[in-house]
Design a protein around this ligand. Structure first.
Ligand code: ATP
Ligand code: MG
Length: 350
């Protein structure tokens, strides 16, 4: 009997994550959603020899480039000089070739015609190195040596400024630019559902948890990067706590920010209202104003308090970022409600 309950506990531990490797940042999903048009454009431009992918953080630039594929991939933020970039390319194209001490022109000559190279975060190179590199790369065609490339930047306007030469720019990128717009909430949900389907067990997530992660993703500076990371973290927390599925509080825990000391600066009305919001949000993704008012009533009676102006106090909490207005109602995004409730109660008792 005992061993059976032990066994079922063990089984419960593994009901969330099916394949963690599929949530690693470097993993390339077999299907890429919401970028069909962009993929076609990239392929089309690349056929003619070059493409520049531009888009802010977490819009899927690296993933798309790797999905389409190249013979060598180099991160120019890590390899900041022309020589280092070429060395890295050749390490992949010709593992037995030793580039040490050779002049850059010799290295250029070693890259075989027809190869495709991926130049990620190209604006991460030192500016003068980048100018020379872009110039030489775009001139390869004129020397009759076709080296194809997918270059990646977060902002092609800034890249153009760094290159600072119209002739180089027009041969290097010209009109072959594919811009990746940030995803919408609906798109983020679609992508997260698909990524969860690949990596988690079917009952480990639902519309509520995925929508909630999408909510955080939409507004985070890391965009989809944050989305995937949060999905992974929440799944790990859920699993470590022995939950049967990812709970909303697991996501809040994964997204936790250290702002607990900020509640000290709230006045009494704000404090009791925040307590009401946190209590109403317990294990729930979103609540309505009515839910909040109902809980507030109970809390006010409990603490013998009465807030003066609900609307003004609520607006203040929204503006300060304690409470968040999402697509489906109001919520707390970045702290487990149990911890928040505990801290506020401590403050109110003092
Ligand atoms: N359309 C999509 N379908 C599936 N997964 C996606 C999609 N877009 C982005 N992702 C995932 O989101 C994460 C971030 O994407 P990626 O690393 O390509 O962003 P990036 O634009 O290169 O960001 P950065 O500028 O920070 O380098 C990756 O885990 C990637 O697999
Ligand atoms: Mg990237």
């Amino acid at each position: 009997m005992q061993s059976q309950s032990f066994l079922s506990k063990c089984l419960l531990i593994f009901v969330i994550i099916k394949d963690a490797s599929k949530l690693e940042l470097s993993y390339i999903p077999s299907k890429i959603l919401c970028r069909e048009e962009e993929i076609n454009k990239i392929k089309l431009y690349l056929k003619a020899g070059k493409v520049l992918i531009s888009g802010s953080v977490g819009t899927g630039k690296t993933m798309l480039a790797r999905y389409i594929g190249g013979d060598a991939y180099v991160n120019c933020y890590v390899n900041k000089t022309e020589h280092r970039v070429l060395e890295d390319i050749l390490k992949q194209l010709k593992p037995r070739f030793n580039p040490a001490g050779l002049p850059t022109q010799k290295l250029w000559n070693e890259i075989e015609e027809g190869k495709t190279i991926i130049l990620d975060e190209i604006d991460g190179m030192h500016a003068d190195e980048l100018r020379h590199f872009a110039y030489t790369l775009s001139r390869q065609y004129e020397f009759g040596r076709k080296i194809k490339y997918i270059a990646i930047t977060r902002n092609h306007f800034i890249l153009k400024q760094i290159i600072n030469d119209d002739a180089t720019w027009s041969t290097f990128a010209g009109k072959s630019i594919v811009e990746l717009k940030p995803y919408t909430w609906e798109q983020i949900k679609e992508i997260l559902f698909y990524r969860a389907e690949e990596s988690l067990y079917p009952n480990a997530y639902d519309d509520d948890s995925i929508s909630f992660i999408a909510e955080i993703t939409l507004n985070s500076p890391g965009h989809m990067r944050t989305g995937i990371e949060l999905l992974r973290q929440s799944a790990m927390i859920a699993e470590s706590k022995g939950h049967e599925k990812i709970e909303i509080e697991d996501i809040r825990e994964a997204n936790r920010e250290e702002w607990m000391s900020d509640i000290e600066s709230l006045d009494d009305d704000e404090t009791i209202l925040l307590l009401a919001v946190a209590t109403a949000c317990k294990n729930k993704a979103y609540v309505s104003v009515e839910d909040i008012k109902e809980t507030l009533q109970i809390k006010q009676e409990e603490y013998g308090m009465k807030i003066e102006n609900f609307d003004r106090t609520f607006q203040s909490l929204l503006q300060q970022g304690f409470v968040y207005e999402g697509n489906r109602g109001y919520t707390i995004l970045d702290c487990p409600t149990s911890i928040l409730i505990e801290e506020i109660e401590k403050k109110l008792r003092r």
